[in-house]
Design a protein around this ligand. Structure first.
Ligand code: PLP
Length: 383
């Protein structure tokens, strides 16, 4: 037997595990505060918890028990998603799939396309696009960002393009006009856009669409991914969904269903019931309060770094921001914050070779921690 050689090509030097190792070895002089956190800090809201309790009871009763068979998702959840997130867009239940997380979905969907497809990634990007593509031995190409910190449309054709908006790690979002250029490019070149929209809930700018399908022409070239992780605090509970428009190519869903029934036994019934309850009016109200807390935290962090003279991108339509290191390389900046201030930030180089002059700061933690962290930074800068 031989191992998959491509697994050895997965980035080893500049990774979250190196950062985790540094944090483990670090001996803090005071409470360690993480501004790097990619996880949520608000728990799941009560109506969702109640729905999941009810679903547990369903599983203990012969008449309401659910076993195998939910390969593509619970029909009532698919219907709820269509009514709430894609209302008036003309999608059918055949085009929506429920899954257990966008992290795996964005790689799994590569199985629908030719293995020699040319895949275009932004540098920097959410590293899973690169490492997932490598694990499947795909051909990857990189595109640096423009002066707006967005991926410019290339001159050459590529088959699959990953776009993350609102963006992790940069924290900015693609406007309608930005996306229209990509949609036109993809339709012209018969490419497909993998549109990762897991931070949709954080959008507040009026020119940023909540779905790529708001952009004319997107139904014939884009697969959109969304998740309950950040919007409903499902990072540990696990549920996601994605749309594969039949307009991309007739028969695409028949082919994808064939693949899926052979590779996936469906997301948990209990979890899908919880996801469905996230659309109840009371859940929506409570979830929007949580999102508001993260956004207030983002505003505080953004303003603080700006006042300290850093360039700050993002933090308005996403819970992340991209903070300049003022000439340091990103590991050195991260080390300085860790060793001198007991604060964790994420080195930009983890997200790509072009990210070494920035760090990623997250607003998914608690405002009180951000306030304490920024006070430490101000004190340090004064000295
Ligand atoms: N896509 C992006 C851009 C993310 O930042 C994350 C999580 O950090 C994910 C996908 C993962 O989502 P999920 O929890 O649904 O797997």
């Amino acid at each position: 037997m031989k191992f998959n050689e491509d697994l050895y090509r997965i980035e080893k030097a500049n990774t979250f595990s190196r950062l985790t190792q540094k944090i483990r070895e670090h001996q803090p002089k005071r409470r360690l505060i993480s501004l790097g956190i990619g996880d949520v800090s608000c728990p799941i809201v009560e109506p969702i918890i109640n729905a999941m309790h009810q679903a547990v009871d369903d599983q203990g009763d012969r008449t309401s028990f659910h076993g195998y068979g939910l390969y593509y998702g619970l029909p009532s959840l698919i219907k709820t998603i269509l009514e709430n997130d894609y209302s008036g867009m003309g999608f059918s239940e055949n085009e929506v799939y429920i899954s257990d997380g966008t992290k795996s979905d964005t790689t799994s969907l590569l199985e629908l396309f030719d293995k020699d497809s040319k895949i275009l990634l932004a540098d920097p990007m959410y590293p899973i696009y690169k490492n997932g593509s490598l694990a499947l031995s795909r051909n990857i190409y990189y595109q640096s960002l423009d002066s707006d910190y967005k991926m410019p449309v290339p001159d050459e054709p590529y088959d699959i393009i990953y776009i993350c908006s609102p963006n992790n790690p940069i924290g900015n979002a693609y406007t309608y006009d930005d996306l229209k250029k990509w949609v036109d490019y993809a339709n012209k070149n018969h490419s497909v856009i993998f549109f990762d929209n897991v931070y949709e809930q954080f959008i507040s700018s009026p020119d940023v669409p909540h779905s790529i399908y708001e952009v004319e022409g997107a139904k014939s070239c884009a697969i959109e991914f969304r998740s309950f992780s950040k919007r409903a605090s499902f990072t540990g509970t696990r549920c996601s969904y994605y749309v594969v428009p039949e307009a991309i190519s007739p028969g695409i869903n028949a082919l994808w269903k064939e693949r899926t029934i052979n590779r996936f036994n469906g997301a948990s019934y209990i979890v899908q019931r919880g996801a469905e309850a996230s659309y109840l009016p009371e859940s929506k109200r409570l979830i929007s309060q949580n999102i508001k807390k993260y956004k207030e935290n983002a505003e505080y962090l953004r303003n603080s770094f700006l006042e300290l003279g850093h360039e700050v991108i993002g933090g308005v339509d996403a819970p992340f921001m991209w903070v300049s290191t003022k000439g340091m390389d990103s590991w050195s900046f991260c080390d300085l914050y860790l060793n001198e201030l007991d604060i964790v930030v994420i080195p930009g180089i983890i997200f790509g070779s072009q990210g070494d002059d920035h760090v990623r700061v997250s607003a998914l933690g608690l405002l009180e921690n951000s306030i304490e962290a920024m006070e430490r930074v101000r004190e340090y800068v004064k000295k």
